[in-house]
Design a protein around this ligand. Structure first.
Ligand code: PGA
Ligand code: ZN
Length: 435
């Protein structure tokens, strides 16, 4: 292995899939190895996330990252100079200490996460290994089950419908490549149905069709029709997954469904989702209630968690302590893992390992603001997360990630094990304890 001490850290402004500024970081080691990563950006964010540093003001909508890039090239570069990238925890710890805030708001979650991931890439490069293999360290890993959006909604489609993501998962597929092929058929079929209905109006932020629907149920009905039209019936091979992202329209146990012109309390919200679970082949629901509704999460998981994966995103914000509490309370059966929610690779990994140790499903996820950076694919494979959520099946910031995962599956050849249905997290409650 070449000299793995940091020689140079360089940040620059690049642009994300919404045309907004974001932070890219290059890390060069004394031995010449190099790593690069770009910070993604969310639109429907949990209040417990690491906070990006943006310049504010009128220019570029306040989204510019001049101060965050300055932090990389100034304080962060100085703090990391000479550090050994083989010790990711020490590098991340140095940035956390230098930042000094609980939410990384001083140097910026965007500055810190891009640097942290660039350091990780440099460490893999110094060992001459693909990142996923560097992370796997010889352990057997699975190719993740993809969760792929067909219709966008919520904050990603100007709140055209309340529910944020209408997705498919292919638990019956034999490989990642087959799951993508099946999803491509469903995506094509959904487009044809939208076109025929005169409702094809382009795509939302993550590439799913713009949701020109009269109700949330019409979106579900159309998704079922698309799955059928693509040749899959019954829900066994191709099933539905939803991200309700309920924190976007609910607080204090009150939920406002704008499209249906209804206000629901937590119980009514859980009942509605329960009816959907009975009527449609739904195998996974993310953030069914708001991040401030821990009791709602417990009630939903108790009612449906044995058949439907219950994912905490805004609720758990890639935080190991929150994951541990949720597992103890049976408030979720799976955790979404987003590196920029935690802010460093080390904290991201801690949240994922906490989930796995406690029997939760783990889904590594992109953000709605993305780039050509495909680091999360290596994390999902190398850490054996079992599931991967990247957005839809269009727009190259999404396809770059699906394609990167295809290449890893090909590289593994006959050693490739597709995570498939077994990756989903469910309640494994012993008989008689069901409320
Ligand atoms: P975001 O949403 O990236 O816009 O925050 C993604 C999600 O809720 O999973
Ligand atoms: Zn979410």
């Amino acid at each position: 292995m070449s000299d793995a001490r940091i020689a140079n850290v360089r940040g620059r402004r690049v642009w994300d899939s919404r045309g907004r500024p974001t932070v890219e970081v290059d890390v060069t080691l004394k031995g010449g190895a190099f790593g690069r990563a770009i910070a993604p950006a969310g639109a429907s964010m949990g209040s417990g996330e690491a906070v990006d540093l943006r310049d504010g003001g009128a220019r570029l909508g306040g989204y510019d990252v001049g101060r965050a890039v300055g932090a990389v090239n100034g304080e962060i570069a100085a703090a990391l100079a000479g550090m050994d990238v083989a010790d990711q925890a020490a590098v991340d710890g140095a940035m956390i200490a230098r930042d000094g805030t609980a939410n990384k708001s001083r140097l910026g979650g965007n500055a810190i996460v891009a640097t942290s991931m660039a350091v990780l890439h440099a460490a893999a490069a110094a060992r001459g290994a693909p990142l996923w293999r560097h992370l796997a360290q010889g352990r057997k890993v699975r190719i993740p089950l993809p969760e792929i959006q067909i219709f966008g909604g919520g904050a990603h489609a100007a709140r055209r419908v309340d529910i944020q993501d209408f997705m498919v998962m292919c638990p019956g597929a034999a490989s990642f490549a087959q799951a993508l092929e099946w999803t491509a058929e469903v995506y094509l079929a959904a487009g044809a149905i939208m076109k025929q209905a005169g409702k094809l109006q382009g795509v939302a932020d993550e590439g799913g069709y713009w949701p020109a629907f009269r109700s949330n149920e019409e979106a579900l009905d159309t998704l079922v029709a698309a799955i059928r039209k693509a040749g899959f019936a019954g829900g066994g091979d191709v099933a539905i997954s939803l991200d309700v992202a309920a924190s976007e329209f609910g607080h204090g146990g009150s939920y406002t469904l704008a499209l249906d012109n209804r206000k629901l309390d937590t119980g009514a919200m859980i009942d509605m989702l329960g009816r959907w679970c009975a009527a449609y082949p739904i195998i996974s629901i993310e953030d069914p209630v708001a991040e401030d509704d821990a009791e709602g999460f417990v009630a939903f998981t108790r009612a449906h968690g044995d058949r439907c994966q219950v994912i905490g995103d805004d609720f758990l914000v890639t935080n190991a302590a929150r994951v541990q509490k949720a597992a103890a309370d049976e408030a979720a059966t799976a955790v979404l893992i987003k590196p920029n929610q935690a802010g460093t690779v080390t904290e991201t990994r801690a949240a994922l390992e906490a989930g796995k140790a406690l029997g939760l499903g783990t889904i590594v996820s992109a953000r709605s603001g993305e780039t050509e950076d495909t680091t999360i694919v290596d994390l999902a494979v190398g850490w054996d997360a079992g599931q991967l959520k990247v957005g839809s099946f269009s727009r190259s910031e999404r396809m770059a990630k699906w394609n990167a995962c295809l290449r890893i599956e090909e590289m593994l050849g006959s050693d490739a094990v597709f995570a498939g249905r077994g990756a989903l997290g469910f309640c494994h409650r012993s008989e008689g304890t069901r409320a």
